[in-house]
Design a protein around this ligand. Structure first.
Ligand SMILES: [Zn+2]
Ligand SMILES: [Zn+2]
Length: 630
C-alpha cells in the first residue's frame, strides 16, 4: 500500500495523476514509480484509457475502485455507449488486468483515424483556472477526445502542448508545465461554425459525465430507428430511407462543417458511416459521428436521446405494477411483477400487458409519462374469475342497476350486459341459487363477503394451492361451498392435476361443442394479431385455459381435437403465413417487395429461407396478380 497518492482532480486523466505522483514522490527513475503503482516496472503507460487498474487499486487503497476510475478519469465513457455490450465488458477487463495494448483496435477505432488528434491538448482558460484553484495544471480528459476541437466549458479552441508523448520515450510520464502553455485563449468568433463545434463538444462532455450504462450498440440502433421513423426517415418496417437521411443530415450541419470533421458521408459508399450507424452491421462508428447523428436527430438535445433509451428499455418503469381489478381486495396494490412489452405494429409505440394472478389482465400503450399512468387501463384483455364472480354476485343479488354495477366494477355497462347474457344462458341463475341469495341476504351477507375476501386474498397474494386453502381455511371453504359454490369454484386456483375419475355426469358431447366454439374464437383472435405467432394446439389450449382438459381427454372431445389438429401450424406453414402478411402489407402500402429482404424481415435463418424461396415467389406473384385483376 502506498503512503500517499495524488488524488485525481475532476476529469483529470489517470495518466496525469500518475505523472504528478512520479513528480511528487521524488523518484528519479520512472521504473521505481511504476513498481510502486503497478507492482512491476514493465508497465507501458496508457494515455487515454489507463491499464492494470486492479493492481493499482490494491496499491492506492480501498476507497478507489477500478470501475470508478475508468468512468471518471479515462476517455472510455466517450466510446462505451456505442459498443456492443459484450465488447464493453472485454475492454473494461483489459484495462483492469493488463497493459491494454491494442485496445483501440478492440474498440473498433484506429486512434487518430478521424479528425486525428495526437499529443496532449489543453484549454488556456481551464489551465488558468486550475492554476488559480490548485496551484498546478493537469491534463483534462475532455480536451483529448478525438474529433473535439473546442473546450466544452469555454469558447476556446484547444491547443496542443508543445512537448508530448510522441517526442519522448514511451515509458515516460509527462507532467504539464504551465510555463510552456499559452495563457491567452484563442476565443472562437461567434459564427455558425463555432456554434456547431460547441454543440458537439458539449455533447461529448455529456457522454463523459453521465451514467449511460443502459446504452450500447443495440439500444442505440433501436433508438435511431425509432427517431428516424418519427421523422419519416424510416418506413413502418423500420427500413431507413438512406438518401433522405443523408440529405437531411448534410443539410443540418452543412458540408463545410462535416468536411472539417472529416465526416461527410460518401453517398457512393455502401458502407459510409451513416449507413453503418443505422444498420445492424458488425462495424463500429467513431463516437464523434454518433454525436453528429444524435445531435441532428434531437436537434442538439443529446440528454433526451439517452433518457429515451432508458424509457425505451423500460417504457412502463420498474415493477411491480398495480392490479386494477376493482373486484379484488388488492385493487391498486402493486402485485404484478412482470410486464410483457410489444411494439404496436402501426405506431411502433410500446404496448404493455399486465397480467395479475387473479386473472385480471389489462394493457395500455406506453411509454408511461407520469406516475399516475400506472393506474391507466388502455384495454381490459381478461376479467378473470374474481371479477366475474363479483359481477355474478352483484347480478344475482339484483339490488344494483346495470350502470351501477358497471361503475363499481369500472367497466362499460355493455360489458355487464354481455356477461349477464352469457352467465344466465349458462343456466347458472337457477331457482336454487336465488334461494341461496335470499337466505344469504338476510343474515350471511357480511360473512359471505368476508369469507370471499379471505379466499381471494389466499388465491392472489399468498398463492396457496387448492388443497392448502381447503385444509387451512376449511370453515370458510365449507361455508362458501354451501352458499356460493359457483363463485368458489371460479375463484379457487385450478387443480394441479385433473382428477381422473370417470365422471358420468359430465356431458362430454356438450362440452366438446362448447370447447370447439371457444377454440374457433381463440383461433380467429390469434390470426388477427399484429405480430403473428405460431398457432399450435398448446397455444390454443393455453389461450383458452383448457390445455390440460384437452390433453387429458382428447378421446372424449373428438370435435375439438380434430379441429385443433386441422389448424395447428407446422413451423414452415407459420413462416409462410408470416411472410404472406408482410408481403400483403407492403403491397397495400405501395412499397416494393424484394425477396431478399424477406429473410431479415420475417426473421428466417438462411436455410429456412432457401427452402421457402420458391413458395414465396409464387405468393408474391399471386398477390400481385390478384391486385391487378381487382
Ligand atoms: Zn476550458
Ligand atoms: Zn389481481
Amino acid at each position: 500500500m502506498l503512503t500517499f497518492f495524488t488524488d485525481p482532480y475532476k476529469d483529470e486523466l489517470l495518466y496525469s495523476a500518475f505523472a504528478r505522483y512520479h513528480f511528487l514522490s521524488g523518484n528519479i527513475d520512472l521504473k521505481d514509480t511504476l513498481r510502486e503503482l503497478f507492482g512491476k516496472d514493465s508497465v507501458i503507460p496508457n494515455f487515454e484509457l489507463g491499464s492494470n487498474l486492479n493492481v493499482l487499486c490494491q496499491k492506492i487503497g480501498t476507497h478507489y475502485n477500478a470501475m470508478e476510475l475508468i468512468k471518471k478519469h479515462t476517455v472510455f465513457p466517450y466510446y462505451s455507449p456505442f459498443l456492443p455490450e459484450q465488447r464493453k465488458q472485454e475492454i473494461i477487463n483489459n484495462i483492469c488486468t493488463s497493459d491494454a495494448v491494442g485496445i483501440f483496435n478492440k474498440i473498433g477505432i484506429i486512434a487518430g483515424s478521424i479528425s486525428g488528434k495526437e499529443g496532449i491538448w489543453y484549454c488556456p482558460d481551464c489551465a488558468g483556472n486550475d492554476l488559480k484553484e490548485f496551484g498546478e495544471v493537469y491534463i483534462h480528459r475532455e480536451h483529448q477526445l478525438q474529433g473535439i476541437w473546442l473546450c466544452p466549458h469555454h469558447d476556446c479552441f484547444l491547443l496542443r502542448y508543445p512537448f508530448d508523448k510522441t517526442n519522448t520515450s514511451r515509458i515516460e510520464y509527462i507532467k504539464l508545465n504551465d510555463d510552456l502553455m499559452l495563457k491567452d485563449c484563442n476565443r472562437a468568433e461567434d459564427t455558425d461554425l463555432h456554434s456547431k463545434h460547441k454543440l458537439v463538444s458539449k455533447a461529448a462532455y455529456f457522454l463523459l459525465n453521465n451514467d449511460l450504462s443502459e446504452a450500447n450498440k443495440d439500444t442505440i440502433l433501436k433508438r435511431y430507428k425509432s427517431l428516424l421513423f418519427d421523422r419519416d426517415l424510416a418506413n413502418t418496417n423500420l427500413r431507413v430511407r438512406q438518401k433522405d437521411l443523408h440529405n437531411s443530415l448534410v443539410g443540418y450541419f452543412g458540408e463545410h462543417f462535416l468536411n472539417v470533421l472529416q465526416s461527410l458521408p460518401d453517398e457512393n459508399d455502401e458502407y459510409n458511416w451513416l449507413r453503418v450507424a443505422t444498420r445492424n452491421v458488425k462495424r463500429t462508428v467513431p463516437p464523434l459521428r454518433h454525436i453528429l447523428l444524435i445531435t441532428f436527430l434531437t436537434d442538439g438535445h443529446i440528454e433526451r436521446f439517452f433518457d429515451d433509451i432508458k424509457v425505451e428499455n423500460k417504457p412502463f418503469g420498474g415493477g411491480p405494477w398495480p392490479c386494477l381489478n376493482t373486484a379484488s381486495n388488492h385493487y391498486k396494490k402493486n402485485v404484478i411483477n412482470e410486464v410483457t412489452v410489444a411494439a404496436d405494429y402501426k405506431t411502433r409505440k410500446p404496448v404493455g400487458t399486465f397480467e395479475c394472478s387473479c386473472g385480471f389482465t389489462y394493457s395500455r400503450r406506453g411509454p408511461d409519462k407520469s406516475n399516475s399512468d400506472k393506474y391507466r387501463i388502455g384495454r381490459i384483455k381478461n376479467f378473470g374469475p374474481i371479477w366475474e364472480g363479483r359481477l355474478r354476485y352483484l347480478l344475482e343479488q339484483g339490488s344494483l342497476s346495470q350502470n351501477a354495477i358497471a361503475k363499481e366494477l369500472n367497466c362499460a355497462s355493455g360489458t355487464v350486459k354481455k356477461y349477464k347474457q352469457k352467465l344466465f344462458s349458462e343456466g347458472r341463475s337457477t331457482s336454487k341459487s336465488n334461494d341461496i341469495m335470499k337466505k344469504t341476504k338476510s343474515y350471511g351477507r357480511n360473512l359471505l363477503e368476508k369469507y370471499k375476501g379471505l379466499i381471494e386474498n389466499c388465491v392472489c397474494s399468498k398463492k396457496l394451492s387448492r388443497t392448502e386453502i381447503r385444509t387451512q381455511f376449511s370453515k370458510e371453504y365449507t361455508y362458501l361451498y354451501r352458499h356460493d359454490r359457483d363463485w368458489l369454484f371460479a375463484t379457487m386456483p385450478p387443480a394441479k392435476k385433473p382428477v381422473a375419475i370417470p365422471n358420468n355426469r359430465v356431458n362430454w358431447q356438450e362440452r366438446d361443442e362448447k370447447l370447439l366454439e371457444a377454440y374457433k374464437k381463440a383461433y380467429s383472435k390469434l390470426l388477427n394479431l399484429d405480430e403473428p405467432i405460431r398457432i399450435t394446439k398448446t397455444r390454443l389450449g393455453r389461450e383458452t385455459g383448457t390445455l390440460s382438459l384437452i390433453q387429458n381427454n382428447s378421446n372424449k372431445l373428438p370435435l375439438s381435437t380434430a379441429y385443433l389438429e386441422s389448424i395447428s401450424e407446422t413451423k414452415q406453414a407459420f413462416q409462410i403465413r408470416r411472410c404472406t402478411n408482410i408481403i400483403e402489407n407492403k403491397i397495400k402500402e405501395g412499397l416494393p417487395v424484394r425477396l431478399w429482404e424477406m429473410q431479415r424481415e420475417a426473421g428466417l435463418n438462411k436455410e429456412d429461407f432457401k427452402k421457402l424461396k420458391p413458395e414465396l415467389e409464387r405468393i408474391i406473384d399471386s398477390i400481385k396478380g390478384a391486385i391487378r385483376s381487382e
